[in-house]
Design a protein. Structure first.
Length: 488
């Protein structure tokens, strides 16, 4: 019996080494089918492939042969033979047809050698990958750069198309879901000799494009942010603030809070990134407001850079600069390219308990780009009357909330001006008061920071320059740290 079993194993046909998935991307849908690896060659179930791209209308199977009617075309295959017959044409595949667990299997080059002729539509398939793009699907791609930052590392993903990002932690790793647009990565995985990040790999085996990041150690914090209208993804992996590492997290209200570190844990499930939390005593909140959004694009440069995208990119950098200090929680009043009303922006800051509010804009500031102007709120003259007279004066009208913080807002503006003046190559305007609508209902010291010039007659290069944006972000972080340390 032992001898017979040994001979059976020796002569048994090669079996599947592992199972995986293969993704078919169509213009309006995507489908996942199982993929098998036999003798180091990837195989797909023939009938499932054909039924995805059309309809099988005839089937005749004998011991070692299969005839398939597909539309007006007949396909004939023979087990363990590389050659298949399509209509009256013979096509040789890279590997023989196999029968596995009763299923007729074809090597993946069937997708390019046979499928386009059967369907009459184009197919984009890169040998060795587990995805194909059919019809007029145009996948995007991305590049990745890793660079050191204070107390951590920064991953910068540059996408060819806009993505939307949703973050989760899974099995000690961070997962960033990239929305619905198909992606064909230039590299499937990246490995780093780094103290904060070891691996990044792209995965879409369930039809959902995503990036999976493996931290080099436990207990690190993860801060993702989308910039440039969704074409840039910045992800900082940072050490947690040491003095606060052992304290229990405080409870936080739900709402428009963003910027919480996603910390991978031992759980085998998926935990969505929740409202901002930070170990230790409650941290001061900074509300960052990216002006405009949605169908309100704001200003526009000669080459088509819009104000809404430019300030969203700048806010993403300011956010990361503040989070890297470990001294703040962040509230974003606009997340993504959406319309957000003045009231919604103020409410996000007020409900979040903002200690400071900064709104960012870009426009025509004249020559000398890059140029920076800082504004505080200027109340109407004469002042608006309080409803109800003295008897109800304890209720501050929504449109007069900022007036209680005018002095503190001016102090913030002056401190920012002094620090911005140290930035080389920047033209600076004197802080001034203006009827900035975004500031009117903010219950905290608040300023508007405008950069320019962004006009149809000017180039946006000085304003989109990463060095300029990084210096401005660092300046904001330094000013807020100094004010916070001074008890303001």
């Amino acid at each position: 019996m032992t001898l017979l079993l040994g001979l059976a194993l020796f002569f048994w046909p090669p079996r599947t080494l592992r199972s995986d998935n293969f993704v078919f991307y169509f213009p309006n849908s995507r489908h996942v089918i199982p993929l098998e690896v036999i003798e180091n060659t990837k195989y797909l179930p023939l009938l499932q492939v054909l039924n995805l791209v059309g309809k099988v209308n005839g089937l005749q199977e004998k011991r070692n042969t299969l005839k398939v009617g597909f539309g007006n075309t007949q396909i004939e295959l023979r087990a363990d033979d590389r050659k298949i017959h399509v209509a009256k044409k013979t096509i040789s595949l890279s590997a023989p047809v196999r029968v596995s667990d009763g299923k007729w299997m074809v090597p993946t080059d069937f997708l390019t050698a046979v499928l386009p002729g059967l369907t009459g539509q184009g197919a984009e398939y890169h040998v060795g990958t587990n995805r194909i793009f059919l019809g007029d699907v145009k996948p995007g791609s991305f590049t990745l750069r890793l660079e050191p930052v204070s107390n951590g590392a920064r991953l910068t993903f540059q996408f060819t198309d806009k993505v939307t990002v949703r973050t989760a932690s899974m099995n000690g790793k961070w997962v960033m879901f990239l929305g619905d647009h198909p992606i064909e990565p230039l590299e499937q995985s990246f490995h780093f000799q780094n103290s904060y990040v070891t691996d990044v790999y792209f995965d879409d085996q369930d039809g959902l494009p995503k990036l999976v990041i493996t931290p080099a150690a436990g207990g690190l914090n993860f801060y993702p942010a989308v910039a440039e209208g969704g074409k840039v993804l910045l992800a900082d992996v940072l050490k947690p603030p040491q003095p606060l590492a052992q304290a229990p997290p405080p409870s936080q209200p739900t709402g428009a809070t963003a910027g919480a570190p996603a910390t991978p844990g031992p759980s085998s499930g998926v935990t969505e990134e929740g409202p901002a939390t930070q170990p230790g005593p409650p941290l001061p909140v900074v509300a960052l407001d990216a002006g405009h959004g949605g169908d309100d694009a704001g200003g526009r440069s000669r080459e088509g850079v819009t104000e809404k995208d430019l300030v969203a990119q700048l806010v993403a950098r300011v956010r990361l600069a503040l989070l890297s200090t470990g001294k703040y929680r962040i509230v974003l009043t606009r997340i993504g390219d959406v319309n957000t009303t003045f009231e919604q922006r103020a409410m996000a800051a007020n409900v979040g308990g903002a200690a400071y509010f900064l709104t960012f804009h870009a426009g025509d500031l004249g020559g000398g780009s890059p140029r920076i102007a800082v504004y505080t709120y200027q109340p109407p003259s004469p002042p608006l009357p309080s409803p109800g007279g003295e008897a109800r004066s304890i209720f501050v009208p929504w449109n007069q909330v900022q007036e209680a913080y005018l002095d503190q807002s001016r102090q913030l503006a002056q401190a920012l001006e002094l620090r911005f003046a140290l930035m080389a190559g920047v033209t600076l305007d004197t802080p001034t008061a203006a009827p900035v609508r975004t500031l009117r209902s903010v219950n905290a010291p608040a300023v508007a920071i405008e950069i320019g010039s962004l006009t149809p007659d000017s180039d946006a290069d000085p304003l989109t320059d990463p060095a300029f944006q990084q210096h401005l972000s660092a300046a904001v972080a330094e000013v807020l740290a100094a004010l916070q340390g001074g008890g303001t």
